[in-house]
Design a protein around this ligand. Structure first.
Ligand code: Z5A
Ligand code: MG
Length: 206
């Protein structure tokens, strides 16, 4: 048995990451795969509750402190994620370390400083980057409710994301319809699952 694939959906606010994660999971399950969702921030843990309080403006935190909490929220999930991948389950991940670095760097923190706490996390096998101009994001449901949902910041976040673009990235134009995005994502994800026997080791964030 080969290990499961780490399939990440990253991208701009309201680009449809959560919608596409749900559709991808349903489609892969339908085809008989073992597949699970991981979402970051995971607001269900103690650390996640602190992050939620910050994002909803119920609590103030230093920029570095909240950055480290987002990273800690990934680290606390790491053992369980590795066990699932080793057991052959594919993980569909809704935001991850790229979001951590993009948001904090866009707020003005140093890029290298921002990357350091995530060093050693398991790396995604494939990353879909859902790209959406901020003007389009603003037209979509729910934009503006949380702390980071401001046009200027979102534009800087998008620029940092594009600087971080890794070789495992697949760019998805999030202005397309939900179905059209889904077909592209499903095709590439299935290809990633089909090709190459993986030796069970994980690449780590550097
Ligand atoms: N953050 C951070 O700072 N550091 C970190 O390390 C991490 C995160 C991990 C909360 O994240 C915040 O945390 C986020 C980044 C920061 N800040 N901001 N801004 P979150 O993941 O919990 O955020 P969210 O509330 O889930 O929003 P989202 O992820 O930006 O949305 P989405 O998942 O990309 O989109 P969606 O929920 O699937 O769809 C949004 C709406 O658009 C909905 O009404 C859909 O029906 C509609 N939609 C979706 N697709 C389409 C298409 N193709 N066409 C038209 N309409 C569509
Ligand atoms: Mg989402």
């Amino acid at each position: 048995m080969t290990r499961g694939r780490f399939i990440l959906l990253e991208g701009c606010d309201r680009a449809g990451k959560s919608t596409q994660c749900a559709m991808l999971i349903a489609a892969l399950k339908e085809k008989g795969h073992s597949v699970e969702l991981c979402k970051f921030p995971d607001r269900t843990t103690t650390i996640g509750q602190m992050i939620h309080a910050y994002l909803t403006n119920a609590k103030e935190l230093d920029d570095r402190a909240i950055h480290l909490l987002f990273s800690a929220n990934r680290w606390e999930a790491m053992q369980s994620m590795k066990r699932k991948l080793e057991a052959g389950t594919h993980l569909i991940v809704d935001r991850y370390a790229y979001s951590g670095v993009a948001f904090s760097t866009a707020k003005g923190l140093d890029l290298t400083w921002c990357k350091n706490p995530d060093k050693g996390l398991v790396r995604p096998d494939i990353t879909f980057f859902l790209d959406l101009p901020t003007a389009e994001a603003e037209k979509r449901g729910g934009f503006g409710d949380e702390r980071y949902e401001k046009r200027e910041l979102q534009e800087r976040v998008r620029e940092v994301f594009l600087q971080l673009r890794g070789k495992e990235w697949v760019m998805i134009d999030a202005r397309e319809t939900v179905q059209s995005m889904h077909h592209k994502i499903l095709r590439e994800a299935e290809e990633k699952i089909r090709v190459g026997e993986l030796d069970g080791r994980f690449a780590e964030e550097d």
